[in-house]
Design a protein around this ligand. Sequence first.
Ligand code: NAP
Length: 252
Amino acid sequence: MLFNKRAIVTGGSRGIGRAIVKELAAKNCSGIMFSDIAFINDDSEACAAEIQQEINNSDTKIYAFKADASSLKEAENTVAAAVEKLGGVDILVNNAGITRDNLLLRMTEEDFDNVIKANLKSVFNYTKAVLRTMIKQKYGRIVNIASIVGLIGNAGQANYSASKAGVIGFTKSMARELASRNITVNAIAPGFIQTKMTNKLNDDQKEALLKTVPLSRMGTPEDVARVVTFLCSENADYITGQVIAVDGGMTM
Ligand code: NAP
């Protein structure tokens, strides 16, 4: 249980991020601020209200904040808003991410840079922005959503796999840097999870991918979210610097 814990989740309006927000609420966090770049219909308040209604738990207050995770300034603004609304930040989940897939011969410089900024620089931005608060509190739980392609690579995803491998390296360095401050930093490497991101794949691609999953199904956003809340719970107090694959056995 995460009673009285206050959390920030980046990219929380849909997909894995939304499941993380709801799972943190189910574990009784007192307040959750999630950020997003666009929001469905560009309406952050409506999105927060919708999730607040879905969680059916008035003890957890849900707030939404429009911010581009690629920008340090906007990450700082999100953290300042979270501190003001929630009174502090105990948990940071760096979840926001994008794909711009192409074979390297056709990949543009812009697609490379944008993926690195949205997936890797965003993790630097939010971690840096939240650090002073966590150090002052002498407590923090940071979970970074990486990907198994950051471990094993993937043709057509040089930008994405480089960004996720970067997240894994960043996670391990931060775990070493912050352990003495009672801040743990771990990464989750999801495999093939059912969200808008994987909806882009056609049926043939999905079928081929499923053949590589020993548990023979796509993962759900909730499969990932449950591991996030475990890593933020006291059951995981002695775990830091780890990368946990949530991939139905794709990598082992
Ligand atoms: P998704 O459904 O596409 O959702 C991505 C979320 O990130 C959206 O809420 C989006 O906001 C937000 N976002 C994107 N760029 C942002 C930015 N610059 N600033 C703030 N928010 C931003 O993706 P998902 O499948 O849930 O993926 C979540 C995370 O899991 C990502 O890091 C992804 O790389 C990772 N992952 C996913 C899979 C998979 O199979 N789905 C596998 C491995 C890893 P808007 O709605 O405003 O655009």
